[in-house]
Design a protein around this ligand. Sequence first.
Ligand SMILES: C[S@@+](CC[C@H](N)C(=O)[O-])C[C@H]1O[C@@H](n2cnc3c(N)ncnc32)[C@H](O)[C@@H]1O
Length: 267
Amino acid sequence: MSENPLLVAVGEETQVSATAGIPQTLGAYPEEDGGSMPNLFDCLASTYHLQSILSGGLTERWRRQMVARLPLQAGQKVVDLMTGTGELWTLLLPQVGENGRVRAVDFSARMLAGAARHRDTLPNPERISLHAANACSSGLASATADVVVSAFGLKTLPTTDYPALAAEIMRLLAPGGTVALLELTVPARGWRRAFCLGYLRSCNYILRLLGGPILAHTHLLHFASEFSALDKVASACRAAGLRHVRIEQLTFGLASILLAERDEQYK
Ligand SMILES: C[S@@+](CC[C@H](N)C(=O)[O-])C[C@H]1O[C@@H](n2cnc3c(N)ncnc32)[C@H](O)[C@@H]1O
């Protein structure tokens, strides 16, 4: 599904170095490359950490809240879809311990290079493997994940890909496994919607004033303000066979977590 020429073929383990396969210049998103999503994230990679500042620390708080809802245990295997530069890892690794494993999937070569640098700073980095792949067809082994997680990747995913993503989550999860997906959600109406859209517009304005590589964040803000389809992701998860699919709102509905399980008995 990915058309990114920077990616190497997907295998069970993809070796990603901090600089491998990265061109010196990247086309701007979306005008110069027709708007390919991996290229947007390649452009965002060097400044992606600023999302935490832009959100006033809320994105980190929401990641913590999602991980707190997972039944993680020592030694478990976690798949982190749309991992970015591994923003979830410092929350996941203490839970799964020295024998736990995180398999991290992303289709942006630059994000994965950032992830490789991040991994090098962590204790027992061999616990994390990086996989250059589309989250909807990761190529990872079936029924081996105790937990599948994903934070802030849904908003740029085409709605037509939701069934494929849900089927992939179902395929990756071991029987009895849990999935949690976190995304920004603009409330449908009322003062919370006005607040949220006003906040996103203010961020957009500041980013445009600052200019430079940080401008790529304006595209992400655009996707965030348009995203309202978590219930469609939930329907796709139910259709794929996941059970107990539910959505929990965080901070007045500014973000939401979708949680679901794969039945123990599911064949
Ligand atoms: C907004 S960032 C989120 C990163 C991180 N999970 C976090 O918590 O901040 C979205 C990431 O998902 C990746 N991504 C988006 N769609 C993807 C897809 N279909 N397959 C693989 N990676 C994808 C992007 O390359 C990017 O690194």
